[in-house]
Design a protein around this ligand. Structure first.
Ligand code: SAM
Length: 284
């Protein structure tokens, strides 16, 4: 009779990858079997699975190692700003660099007593929810064009217990946002040039194109946001957005072409790349 030994399965896939460690495979097992990581690690030599468990785990390992499905999609979550976010292939996996944006937004909310925030292009909801959990913001509208991304954002709102202040809306940028006035707009829009998407690593290519594609020059969303934000912003509202590491100068040029937006500052990420731009809207 076949014995479905976990150790054999993990050994097989460890030999096929330089990218993932024993710890990563143990994490996947812990998640799938709903057992503590240490329990799996200490009993790995004797753990026998049933046929279904073995096949399903093998399928997950195969997706990770052979199909370049991102590790976070396999385990189903990503930790971001000390919170846990559900992720699947409908949403961009939250990046550490985006925590810089969350930090700045929280500081601005405290300093200027901001109350109503719009998180445009929310994806998993990591920005809006992390800001809500760590500040006194009263109301956060989180919008995205993707129904399946908004489903994930809704689950994350519930999981993080911010249903009283965070709300989702399907909207192609500002199109469905009616009669709302915000004093803060945050966004991490798609900003990769269309032609550069093909050169991304295989696992990033497995994230949704709609979350990556910033048009021919990568600036499509900034152009639209800066041009149309006046419809939803209060006078003196702040805009805090993530940009690509090489987009600062182009972004500042864009701001100069829109006369109701004042450029304030650019902040660096943990790798010292330009990452977060801050602007202010003036009603004229
Ligand atoms: C770079 S991801 C950012 C996700 C999340 N805010 C984060 O920082 O991890 C961009 C998001 O923009 C959404 N998106 C793309 N085009 C859009 C549009 N026209 N209107 C609204 N959202 C859009 C995508 O579905 C995706 O969730």
């Amino acid at each position: 009779m076949t014995e479905y030994k976990l150790k054999d399965l993990i050994s097989k896939y460890l030999k096929l990858t330089d990218k993932y460690s024993l710890n990563d495979f143990i994490n996947i097992c812990s998640n799938y079997l709903n057992k503590d990581k240490n329990y799996i690690l200490t009993s790995i030599d004797v753990l026998i699975l049933d046929e279904k468990q073995f096949n399903e785990l093998e399928n997950l390992f195969y997706k990770l190692v052979k199909m370049n499905i991102p590790y976070q999609y396999i385990i189903g979550y990503k930790d971001f700003y000390n919170e846990r976010y559900i992720v699947n292939n409908s949403v961009l996996i939250p990046r550490e660099d985006t925590e810089v944006l969350v930090d700045v937004a929280i500081k601005y909310i405290q300093k200027f007593k901001l109350k109503n925030m719009l998180d445009l292009c929310t994806g998993s909801g990591c920005i809006g929810i992390s800001v809500a959990k760590n500040s006194n913001i009263e109301n956060v509208l989180m919008t995205d064009i993707s129904d399946s991304a908004l489903e994930v954002a809704k689950q994350n709102i519930k999981q993080n217990g911010v249903e009283d202040r965070c709300f989702t809306l399907k909207s192609d940028l500002f199109s469905n946002i009616k009669d709302k006035k915000f004093d803060l707009l945050v966004s991490n829009p798609p900003y990769i040039k269309t032609d550069d998407i093909l050169n991304l690593t295989a696992d990033v290519r497995n994230e949704p194109d709609i979350a990556l594609d910033g048009g021919e020059d990568g600036l499509k969303f900034y152009r639209l946001i800066l041009s149309y934000c006046k419809a939803v912003l209060d006078d003196n509202a702040y805009l805090i957005m993530e940009i690509g590491y090489d987009q600062k100068d182009d972004f500042i040029d864009l701001v100069k072409s829109v006369n109701c937006i004042e450029y304030i500052d650019t902040l660096k990420d943990f790798s010292n790349n330009d990452r977060v731009v801050i602007c202010r809207f003036h009603q004229i």
